[in-house]
Ligand binder design. Structure first.
Ligand code: GCO
Length: 470
């Protein structure tokens, strides 16, 4: 990472209408995993599998947010958050995933939404953030075309109960991850290893479920809804200033780089353009599903925003033929505690490329880092790297807006330290530190700094947050 001069305040101020938030997901923070009628998800079962999760940890207790949400909302209010992005646990509301509704589960989200509104924090709801109902997994998971109906029925229950107070909706979080984006499939729950053809069918059904959920929201929401989704973003970064590298990076952003599912366009083109990309149809060939009449129209529903989760990027340069070439990163480049590269320009180019292709307003629905945070002897949690990281990424996002991209919101991942899937509690992403033994919350220095950024509509990004320190 290189130092650079502090920008002028008016050069970094965001529009007053810009939404500043923070994010979480149900399984990662709620706990109460078997309480008050909640049914099991694939994660509840997967965490019992020996060796699946670091030190055999689980989301069974997590941050106990289910019981502590009022105090947590008060902390969000103290930070001046405009909005809070959280997910709803499908099996907490429908224990078998379909049919029976658990009133106590619905009542929890009712109370959470009311607490947020009373605190002046807008609820942004993600309907699915990986915690697939175990009972439906046993009926075929996303492999079963019935999953489209299951998800639509679940969406209807939530919209009927909450849409008089919730106006912002995301259907799916990161299908690239929960379907198994990597070449070897997915080590995430449920931990099965379908074939490429099976995973491509699962993607098709999950995209259809997205589309039908959008229809349900638009048909039944009481408040006029703003509907989007939250895929992960593969974010190429031009590795140099040559125009051909910019073109190569833009091309790479929507390419299908291999016979795996870690890409943008195989998911986002059907959703935003109504068709699978030709490059993918050629590459996946007979493994690609054959859409039934009406499938692609169902998937291609109008969206009000394109949510995108971006943490880092891929440096791309143009080869002699102008085609994208992945450029090497500098030896010793900056990394997070998760060993992810720190690449602020991913938050310039990822949102910009997606806006240029789909012409839908972009919301950054996740961005943040894991750091080695602990409570210092003074009782505070000093996390200068989260401050510098977030400052750099937000300045890059502001540049995307100067480039002409319509960016509407930023949700920091995460509001609090939480269960980081296969890593258990080893990775701390939170603006708020959680002591998992006592459940004590401590606002980290970054939470106080982020509050100043929100209050100033971004102008505080112009100030060196470490001025005066040696
Ligand atoms: C994801 C998920 C989050 C993660 C976060 C850090 O993007 O993988 O949406 O649940 O916890 O991104 O990995």
């Amino acid at each position: 990472m290189t130092p650079h001069a502090d920008p002028a305040p008016d050069a970094v101020r965001f529009p007053d209408s810009f939404t500043w938030g923070a994010a979480s997901s149900a399984y990662q923070i709620e706990g109460a995993a078997a309480e008050e009628g909640k049914g099991p998800s694939v994660w509840d079962e997967y965490c019992r599998l020996p060796g699946a999760i670091w030190e055999s940890q689980s989301g069974h207790a997590a941050c106990d947010h289910y019981h502590r949400f009022r105090a947590d909302v008060a902390l969000m209010q103290s930070m001046g958050l405009h909005a809070y992005r959280f997910s709803i646990s499908w099996p907490r509301v429908m224990p078998e995933g379909e049919g029976r509704v658990n009133e106590k589960g619905l009542a929890f989200y009712d109370a959470l939404v009311d607490a947020l509104l009373a605190a002046g924090v807008k609820p942004w709801v993600t309907l699915f953030h990986w915690d697939f109902p175990l009972a439906l997994h046993h009926k075929g998971h996303w492999m079963n075309r019935d999953s489209v109906r299951w998800f639509a029925d679940y969406t209807r229950v939530i919209v009927d109960r909450l849409s008089d107070r919730v106006a912002h909706w995301m259907t799916l979080n990161e299908p690239q991850c929960y379907i198994g984006g990597g070449p070897e499939g997915s080590r995430l729950a449920p931990g099965f290893m379908p074939t490429l053809a099976e995973r491509l069918l699962m993607v098709h059904h999950t995209l259809m479920a997205h589309g039908q959920a959008v229809q349900v929201i638009r048909e039944r929401a009481k408040l006029t809804p703003s509907v989007g989704w939250a895929p992960v973003g593969v974010s190429p970064i031009p590795a140099d200033d040559r125009p051909e590298s910019l073109s190569a990076a833009r091309q790479y952003c929507f390419s299908i780089p291999g016979r795996h599912l870690w890409n943008n366009a195989w998911y986002s083109d059907p959703v935003c353009l109504g068709a699978y990309p030709e490059e993918g149809l050629r590459l996946y060939a007979s493994d690609a599903p054959t859409p039934q009449p009406g499938d692609m129209q169902l998937i291609h529903q109008p969206l009000d925003f394109y949510g995108i989760n971006i943490y880092n990027g891929i440096p791309i340069t143009a080869g002699p033929d102008g085609k994208p070439v992945v450029a090497p990163r500098a030896v010793g480049h900056a990394k997070t505690a998760f060993h992810w590269p720190v690449e602020p320009d991913s938050l310039r180019w990822g949102p910009r490329f997606h806006f240029e292709r789909y012409r839908i307003p972009v919301c950054v629905t996740e961005n943040g880092l894991s750091a080695m945070d602990w409570v210092s002897m003074d009782g505070k949690v000093h996390d200068p790297q989260r401050i510098d990281f977030t400052r750099r990424y937000l300045l890059a996002l502001r540049q995307a807006m100067n480039d002409g991209a319509d960016i509407r919101a930023y949700f920091h991942w995460s509001i609090m330290d939480n269960f980081e899937w296969l890593e258990g509690y080893k990775q701390r992403f939170g603006l708020i530190h959680v002591d998992y033994t006592t459940q004590q919350r401590t606002l980290k220095d970054s939470a106080h700094w982020y509050a100043s950024v929100i209050r100033s509509h971004g102008a505080a990004l112009a100030e060196n947050p470490f001025a005066g320190r040696h």
